[in-house]
Write a protein that binds this ligand. Structure first.
Ligand code: PMP
Length: 401
């Protein structure tokens, strides 16, 4: 008699639990999808971070192509082995000189630059005082630093002062975005620096959204605040926003940069920035250095977007740099507004939980120096058509309440 084999239980995968997570996300309306953008688009782009409109500048794309031809498509190794070309060192020298710092170090991204600064300057026994609204890469840097991380209320130098006061004699630094990515507001850098100075603490500032837009000719928020080159101040940057390329950098006193070369794991164990991205960033930097009007234009576009939108009843904080953040009453409205804008030829960003704290839903518009007045007018008209007056009032009531 043939033996009846018991039916095997349905095969289960170790990752079945991700389906339950996906269902939860779908029920909460928080599913994220990847949508490739067309290379050449009919859409007006107010969603990207190409603040100075340089990513397609012919000199920048030609520099990327030339760098790849000359040095290869990849960096081929860590910066300490084969990954440093003359383009990398030149970019470091010119970035430091332009922003007013002693030295600079280029990384494969702004994310790894932040991880480098926080882990190499943190460490066991150290104290890091971090603004509650800091970028995710700073949050992760604090976690990886194995230091004590004290999160203080947003843009509150007094809270930074008190926290430092409570830990006398500790090796410490405060860390803050210069311009916060969601609401586009600016950190009180002078006050933060004063609080740090009083307690012998360092200050690390992520100038991802300030570099190229703030400070004289776009030299950055720290230059604007008179803090560039200060021996207690370190800046981190991304090369992916105003420079229209890819990559990141840390700027500071030469001995701090030397320390990062020797101690920052995301420098030592990461492949160097690709030559094309390095060459493109260098070309952009030279364009910015040659034309102080670029930064001014980006700020003027942001101001114009903000003024016309608030006149139409939207709630939006006065932009300090190129990010214009518009309140929506909830995540569904923000998502619908962004989708409707897209259908009408306008690409805008949409911020909602869990990327931002609960209760925050925003359309995020980015100013670009190369936007024409007609494009600005059309963009605002599209947003006005998309968001009904009742919803605008509801968002305002929430902001006031
Ligand atoms: N810091 C801030 C404030 C940012 O907005 C970003 C980019 N979204 C980063 C760091 C990370 O830079 P990158 O994209 O070059 O990794």
């Amino acid at each position: 008699m043939p033996q009846v084999q018991p039916t095997p239980p349905p095969r289960r995968s170790a990752f079945d639990w991700t389906e339950a997570e996906a269902r939860r996300r779908a029920e909460a309306g928080l599913v994220r999808t990847l949508r490739p953008r067309p290379a050449v688009s009919e859409l007006t782009d107010l969603a990207g971070n190409d603040y100075l409109g340089l990513t397609r500048h012919p000199e920048v794309t030609a520099a990327a192509a030339e760098a790849a031809r000359r040095w290869g498509a990849g960096a081929t190794g860590s910066r300490l082995v084969t990954g440093t070309t003359r383009l990398h060192t030149r970019l470091e020298e010119e970035l430091a000189a332009f922003c007013g710092f002693e030295a600079a170090l280029v990384f494969s991204s702004g994310y790894t630059a932040n991880l480098a600064a926080l882990t190499a300057l943190g460490g066991p026994g150290a104290l890091i005082v971090s603004d509650a609204a800091n970028h995710a890469s700073i949050v992760d840097g604090c976690r990886l630093a194995r230091a004590e991380a004290a999160v203080v209320p947003h843009a509150d130098p007094e809270a930074v002062r008190k926290t430092l006061e409570a830990h006398p004699g500790r090796r410490a630094f405060a860390v803050s975005d210069s311009v916060f990515s969601v609401d586009g507001d600016r950190a009180p850098l002078e006050e933060l620096a004063a609080a740090c100075r009083e307690h012998g603490a360092g200050l690390v500032v992520d100038d991802a959204h300030g570099f190229g837009v703030l400070g004289a000719g776009g030299r950055g928020a720290l230059h604007g605040a008179g803090l560039a080159g200060d021996e207690d101040v370190v800046a981190t940057l991304t090369l992916s926003k105003s420079l229209g390329s890819q990559g990141g950098a840390v700027l500071g006193p030469a001995r701090v940069i030397e320390h990062l070369v020797n101690a920052a794991r995301t420098f030592i164990f990461d492949t160097g920035l690709a030559p094309a991205a390095t060459g493109a960033a260098l070309a952009s930097l030279r364009l910015i250095a040659a034309d102080a009007g670029l930064a001014e234009r980006a700020r003027a576009v942001a101001t114009a977007l903000h003024r016309t939108l608030t006149e139409a009843g939207f709630t939006s904080a006065r932009p300090d740099a190129a990010v214009v953040s518009v309140h929506a009453p909830g995540p569904e409205e923000a998502l619908r507004w962004a989708a409707d804008c897209r259908e009408q030829g306008l690409s805008v960003g949409c911020f909602r939980p869990p990327s931002v704290p609960d209760g925050i839903s925003r359309l995020r518009l980015t100013a670009r120096a190369d936007l024409t007045d007609a494009e600005i007018e059309r963009a605002v008209a599209t947003i006005v058509r998309t968001a009904p007056p009742g919803a605008r009032r509801e968002a305002r009531a929430q902001a006031d309440g």
